[in-house]
Design a protein around this ligand. Structure first.
Ligand SMILES: [Fe+2]
Ligand SMILES: [Fe+2]
Length: 262
């Protein structure tokens, strides 16, 4: 039995700049932290909206073991791939009948890591309860390994904190995604669960959550909805957290917040 499991989790990868940032910053981070498992949220990795099969494969080649996602994963043409992909998750708390899977168990040699993807309900779709689904899945995965990481893709920090406390001691980490803004509240809760409200974003640095800032400003000024575009050029960043877990208990020993930028 290994004594430690090391996990690098990369925050929402947005469009081509996000993938460029992955290629630029992920290899040195892996050299520095030697993670056993590399996970990233890829719900915006293709053109800023959703994922494609080609982009998923590009990210696996760049070093990811598993991709999580969220509300933007449901691109029509991606659904056949999502239905059969074993290493792409969509939030587990969509109603029965939604394609894809919401959890996975990764294994490398004698190291086993469970991963659960959930979506929040505050200012988002009215899905199944992420609290009840989360605890049921955590218990199921813990029958296979005590090390379980949750990507909670949610808007409200209150909902994220509440789920963190609810799952404290039941999972190794509750990592927030979706807002694309990295929060400075990373900590280990008393039961041994690593927590951060949002891991952050990987993409164009001088943007509004990865999209063209001029378009976002115009949208807020006029209240006219529009599809925002990903900027083509500019400095890039990668935001992530590094976790160290005690393999025998699943308790978090470390959560380190990371940012690498041009
Ligand atoms: Fe996102
Ligand atoms: Fe999202």
């Amino acid at each position: 039995m290994p004594d430690r499991i090391r996990v690098l989790f990369v925050g929402d990868i947005v469009g081509r700049p996000g993938r460029v940032a992955v290629r630029r910053f992920l290899p040195p981070l892996c050299g520095e932290f030697s993670p056993d498992f590399v996970i990233g949220n890829a719900e915006n990795a293709a053109g800023g909206y959703g994922l494609t099969e080609a982009v998923a494969k590009e990210l696996f080649e760049a070093g990811f073991d598993l991709l999580t996602s969220g509300n933007h994963i449901w691109r029509r043409e991606f659904l056949p791939y999502l239905a059969r992909a074993e290493r792409v998750l969509r939030p587990a708390n969509y109603p029965a009948g939604a394609v894809g899977r919401g959890y996975a168990i990764l294994q490398k040699e004698d190291k086993k890591l469970g991963v659960i993807n959930l979506e929040g309900r505050v200012f988002m779709r009215s899905l199944e309860c992420p609290f009840r689904q989360g605890i049921a899945l955590a218990e199921r995965l813990r029958e296979e390994t005590p090390c379980v990481v949750v990507d909670f893709h949610a808007e409200a920090t209150s909902e994220k904190l509440a789920l963190g406390w609810y799952l404290d001691g039941k999972v190794s980490a509750l990592l927030g995604t979706h807002t694309h803004v990295q929060t400075g509240d990373e900590r280990i809760l008393p039961g041994g669960t690593a927590y951060i409200s949002d891991v952050g974003m990987t993409g164009l640095r001088d943007s509004v959550i990865g999209m063209k800032k001029e378009q976002a400003i115009e949208m807020f000024l006029t209240q006219v909805p529009r599809k925002l575009e990903v900027p083509k050029t500019g400095p890039k960043k990668l935001e992530a957290v590094f976790l160290e877990l005690e393999a025998s208990t699943g308790k978090a020993l470390q959560i380190t917040r990371l940012r690498r930028e041009d």
